[in-house]
Design a protein around this ligand. Structure first.
Ligand SMILES: Nc1ncnc2c1ncn2[C@@H]1O[C@H](COP(=O)(O)OP(=O)(O)OP(=O)(O)O)[C@@H](O)[C@H]1O
Length: 334
């Protein structure tokens, strides 16, 4: 509104300035009445500007309401990206420890789900089971990515279907530069989609844009994958991989651990960036920190305990966990 008044002031230069003055509060409260008073005094430009601004404000309100209600309406209609039903899984070592004990989870297109829970609940195991880590064997249940039965697929096939895992402790790949690694992964996707591969020059142009968006030093490309990288640099490198591969569902396992405050914000911004570029992308974020969920704007929060999801809710659940801890969820009778 202040901008509108400033814009019209040259147009009312010939009118005595006092006559054109209107308090912001009165304009916001009763724009039609204030406008008509100005018109009666001959300040037609001001009168028109007040009405235009009022109409623009109600348009904005209407648009906001429409977008909010269509968001709510669409949430339940969006296609399901991940459907996990009654999954049980155990370790493949000699202990055969049962870790997932009947886990259910549905993620729809464009949603960000957070999984929280005490240490040892099975959060990382869930992430690794979904990408097909051979340290775990699924003994019951189903997991589908769209229409694809994930559990029938090899890990690289799951990746080609659009599943991505950012590791809690990203591994080093000695002797392979980030540029070669990213180009190989990206071209594998293009081959699977029967699209022509990008040569080094073409890929360099593509990846450079991503580096700029994510504020990552171009030196990253020439360094071997995660070799000599600090903890924070490794996490940023995971974000770079996610931005290049543009997965349907990205699983981020404690991507926020070990980050300083600025790095945490940068990683969260990278996540928001990827979502803004394609609002259909979905994410499953494993974290211990409510603050991180605020940055990444999680839609759904789940508490996992002893291999199951015990409670689900919206962002407010993370706030409550932050204030009160897990005890009220784990021992509701207390
Ligand atoms: N390959 C494995 N073999 C045997 N036990 C395992 C294996 N992987 C995980 N576990 C055990 O399963 C339980 C769940 O581990 P997991 O790493 O999934 O928990 P988490 O919820 O991610 O914990 P944190 O919050 O500490 O990262 C733990 O007790 C862990 O020791």
């Amino acid at each position: 509104m202040a901008m509108v008044m400033a814009t019209v002031s040259p147009a009312v230069g010939s009118v005595p300035p006092r006559a054109c003055r209107a308090s912001r509060a009165s304009v916001l409260r009763a724009p039609a009445a204030v406008s008509s008073r100005h018109a009666q005094k001959g300040c037609f430009a001001t009168a028109t500007a007040i009405l235009l601004a009022a109409s623009a404000r109600s348009e904005v309100r209407r648009a906001r309401y429409a977008s909010r209600s269509s968001h709510v309406r669409r949430a339940a209609d969006r296609p399901v990206v991940l459907e996990v039903q009654d999954v049980e899984a155990q370790s493949t070592d000699e202990d055969h420890k049962q870790i997932l004990k009947g886990l259910n989870l549905t993620i729809r297109e464009g949603e960000v789900h957070a999984v929280m829970g005490p240490n040892g609940s099975g959060k990382s195991t869930l992430a690794k089971v979904l990408i097909g880590d051979s340290a775990y064997e699924v003994t019951a249940g189903t997991a589908k990515l769209g229409e694809t039965d994930l559990l029938d697929k090899e890990p690289h096939e799951r990746a080609l279907e659009g599943l991505f895992l950012a590791f809690q402790s990203p591994p080093t790949v000695g002797g392979v530069s980030n540029l070669d690694f990213l180009r190989a992964a990206y071209n594998a996707q293009r081959r699977a989609r029967e699209e022509p591969e990008l040569d080094v020059i073409e890929f360099y142009g593509f990846v450079t844009e991503k580096l700029t968006e994510l504020k990552i030093n171009p030196d990253f490309l020439n360094r071997n994958v995660n070799e000599g990288f600090s903890g924070g640099e490794r996490k940023r490198n995971e974000m770079l991989q996610m931005a290049v591969l543009q997965p349907k569902l990205a699983i981020l396992d404690e991507i926020d651990s070990g980050l300083d405050i600025d790095a945490l914000k940068d990683v969260a911004e990278a996540i928001r960036n990827v979502r803004e570029q394609d609002p259909k992308r979905s994410m499953l974020v494993v974290t211990h920190f409510e603050r991180f969920l605020r940055y990444v704007e999680a839609d759904h929060v789940h508490v996992m305990y002893q291999g199951r999801i015990l409670k689900s809710g919206g962002k407010e659940l993370a706030d409550k966990l932050d204030e009160e801890g897990y005890d009220w969820v784990l021992n509701p009778a207390k």
